[in-house]
Design a protein around this ligand. Structure first.
Ligand SMILES: C[S@@+](CC[C@H](N)C(=O)[O-])C[C@H]1O[C@@H](n2cnc3c(N)ncnc32)[C@H](O)[C@@H]1O
Length: 219
């Protein structure tokens, strides 16, 4: 992978005000939120973390089920939209943070440990998957649950802009191995949703989205 800029903040800033109006995205976020809620730990999580929260489509569905949630994103445009929703609805337990978690040193700015970490459609924007999963493991409390939704391995046409630097989805078995190498156990996948969309080459394609859950062992 080249080291060309991965976290394209400007791209997400420019899309933020229109983000929620896209029906394909809204349906995906709805399906992912339902899948994450179905996989919440039995005991109500006390301290949650979401990376790549965007405008909060998943965030505000999950947050009522946690005591408190830190919602992190690299795009201040996306966070402006989420902060407006938080203010308008008087959401008491969500704090947003403008932070690139994939950069070394930034994780120490968060108030962990976290007993529930989740994300939707963001892992493929982070270049070093293995390093990032280790970082998440370090942020989590023993016994904590991780829930990540993202694309299965795709044909490289999912994103409209061919120059966008992303992983083209993930092979489940490989991601399972990477999670286990990072120290997680009880790794399990479901298909949370299938995105049907017209690609930038004009054909309608199906893109399955998995939810992988894993647990940081107690010892
Ligand atoms: C495809 S969007 C998904 C947003 C939201 N989760 C949703 O489902 O609508 C990916 C989000 O991840 C954010 N992002 C990308 N790289 C990031 C990083 N290293 N740390 C935190 N957020 C990141 C982007 O700014 C963007 O808001």
């Amino acid at each position: 992978m080249s080291d060309r800029k991965w976290t394209d903040k400007q791209r997400f800033d420019s899309k933020a005000s229109e983000w929620d109006a896209n029906a394909v995205r809204a349906a995906l976020a709805d399906a992912v939120a339902r899948a994450i809620i179905a996989h919440l730990p039995v005991n109500r999580p006390e301290n949650g973390l979401e990376f790549g929260c965007g405008t909060g489509l998943v965030t505000l569905r999950v947050s009522p089920l946690l005591d408190r949630l830190t919602a992190v994103d690299t795009s201040d445009g996306m966070l402006v939209v989420l902060n407006e929703k938080i203010s308008a609805a008087g959401v008491p337990n969500v704090a947003t943070r403008l932070l690139d978690l994939s950069l070394s040193g930034t994780a120490s700015q968060l108030e962990g440990p976290f007993d529930f970490v989740f994300s939707s459609m963001t892992l493929h924007h982070i270049p070093d998957t293995e390093g990032f999963l280790s970082l998440l493991h370090g942020l989590m409390a023993p016994g904590g649950t991780l829930a990540i939704a993202d694309l299965d391995a795709e044909d490289g046409l999912f994103h409209e802009d061919a120059s966008e630097k992303v992983h083209h989805g993930f092979v489940r078995q490989r991601l399972k191995e990477q999670l286990e190498q990072a120290g997680f156990g009880f790794v399990s996948f479901i298909t949370a949703h299938v995105v049907e969309k017209k690609t930038r080459e004009g054909q309608i394609s199906s893109y399955p989205v998995f939810l992988v859950t894993a647990v940081k062992p107690q010892h």
